[in-house]
Design a protein around this ligand. Structure first.
Ligand code: AMP
Ligand code: MG
Length: 402
């Protein structure tokens, strides 16, 4: 049996980042820069005031204080967005607003709270150092600076930075398009009445959301019955636009596990015995020249196997550098018995923090069909074959916010 780490390494070796495309800044959040971004403009583009106040010459105010104010003649009023026209000379000042251009001659700004108006004059109640309350041209970014490195994950701050530098489009890795197919004669889609022996198809909707969360675009291939011809037909029809395929169900050793038969007609498949629980029956391969993850049908298994294998693959295709979830140490609130099969058990837990210590509590019964165990789970506790005692610390993959 392969360990999860070995199996994942082998699978990820089959993936590379997709080609890049140009997207508008408004569409760039969550994407990864394929090319670095260089500033074409200084930011800020000119010296400007950090305060509402008066632009002055510091030399006029050397002895200014509230006991002996210095009176200056106000010769201009400069709101943000207007270029000053008047040179500030000794004995003069200009009223200036935050973000407005520093007028020629002035070398400091005194904030309005340290002044009193007096007709056409202003009384300044404190001295000023040259440069005070002035935001310098280019102090944030200089034209020519490399501002964002390739590989940067674009968050709202990067969008604002790009806009500040007049970079309207970013070159980012394309989003992976993942076709998703459910298989099984028992599956009924949402809305249709549930006939005897049938169940709802939940995997496709869970996987759909997982694909989107991993930065991918899902392509819905619907439900195929347990018929190799039909599975093959649905895959052929949907793969042209897809970068990879994700199926669920039909890969164990039952009579109706026709997904492997269909996939084998379309390409090659490696059946893996990965030492993990849930999710042992699974396969990875390449069909029609594209990678495929054949996930187990059990609802928890399909989502956990996606989490451990398909998610990092999608992230890698999208250009992400960090592919794996963060692992934290947490104390298990209850004991888990050793697992006779020798597999590592990924148990769904709710992590809570008290006084800086993390505690992991099972989210109820842990059967691979019990979808509810994923509700409220923000962690996957990694319980190895020896089990764990109550209160003992173990590694937990963080799959949500604590
Ligand atoms: P299989 O891997 O096809 O043997 O399916 C294992 C279990 O998962 C069976 O109980 C199936 O009914 C169930 N199952 C398979 N596909 C889905 C699905 N798309 N949604 C919910 N349950 C499923
Ligand atoms: Mg099945």
């Amino acid at each position: 049996m392969l360990s999860v780490a070995e199996a994942r390494e082998r699978a990820l070796a089959e993936f590379t980042p997709l080609p890049s495309e140009r997207v508008a800044v408004q569409q760039a959040r969550g994407r990864v820069l394929a090319r670095g971004a260089d500033a074409l403009e200084d930011n800020p583009p000119f010296d400007n005031s950090a305060m509402d106040g008066y632009a002055v010459l510091a030399a006029d105010l050397v002895d200014a204080s509230s006991d002996s104010p210095v009176s200056l003649r106000v010769i201009d009023n400069i709101p943000a967005g207007k270029a000053p026209t008047v040179q500030i000379k000794r004995g003069c000042a200009a009223r200036i607003m935050t973000g407005a251009m520093i007028p020629p001659g002035a070398d400091a700004v005194v904030m309005i709270e340290s002044t009193e108006t007096d007709g056409g004059n202003v009384r300044i109640l404190q001295s000023a150092k040259p440069g005070s309350h002035i935001r310098r041209k280019g102090e944030s970014v200089r034209a020519g600076d490399r501002v964002l490195e390739p590989g940067t994950l674009i968050s709202p701050a990067e969008c604002a930075m790009l806009a500040a530098l007049n970079i309207a489009h970013a070159e980012v890795y394309r989003k992976p398009r993942a076709a998703v197919l459910s298989t099984g004669d028992e599956l009924t889609d949402l809305g249709a009445p549930l006939k005897p022996g049938k169940i709802r198809d939940s995997n496709r909707y869970g996987l759909w959301a997982q694909i989107e969360e991993a930065g991918g675009t899902p392509i819905d291939l619907g439900i195929a019955s347990d018929d190799a011809e039909e599975v093959e037909k649905k895959i052929r029809a949907g793969m042209e636009k897809a970068d990879l395929l994700i199926t669920s169900g039909g890969v164990s050793v039952g009579d109706h596990d026709i997904v492997k038969e269909a996939l084998l007609r379309l390409g090659e498949l490696h059946f893996w015995r990965v030492a993990m629980k849930p999710g042992k029956p699974q396969a990875f391969g390449r069909i029609l020249g594209k990678p495929v993850f054949a996930l187990p049908g059990n609802p928890v298994s399909s989502m956990v196997v996606f989490e451990l294998f398909a998610r990092p693959a999608l992230l890698k295709m999208g250009g992400r550098r960090r592919l794996f979830r963060r692992t934290v140490r947490a104390a298990m609130s209850q004991a888990v018995r050793p697992d006779a099969s020798g597999r590592v058990n990924y148990m769904r837990v709710a992590l809570t923090e008290t006084n800086g210590r993390l505690c992991a509590e099972l989210t109820g019964a842990q059967g691979s069909g019990i979808l509810r165990s994923l509700i409220g789970a923000n962690g996957l506790a990694v319980v190895d074959k020896g089990g764990v005692n109550a209160g003992a610390e173990l590694d937990v993959l963080l799959i949500g916010e604590i």
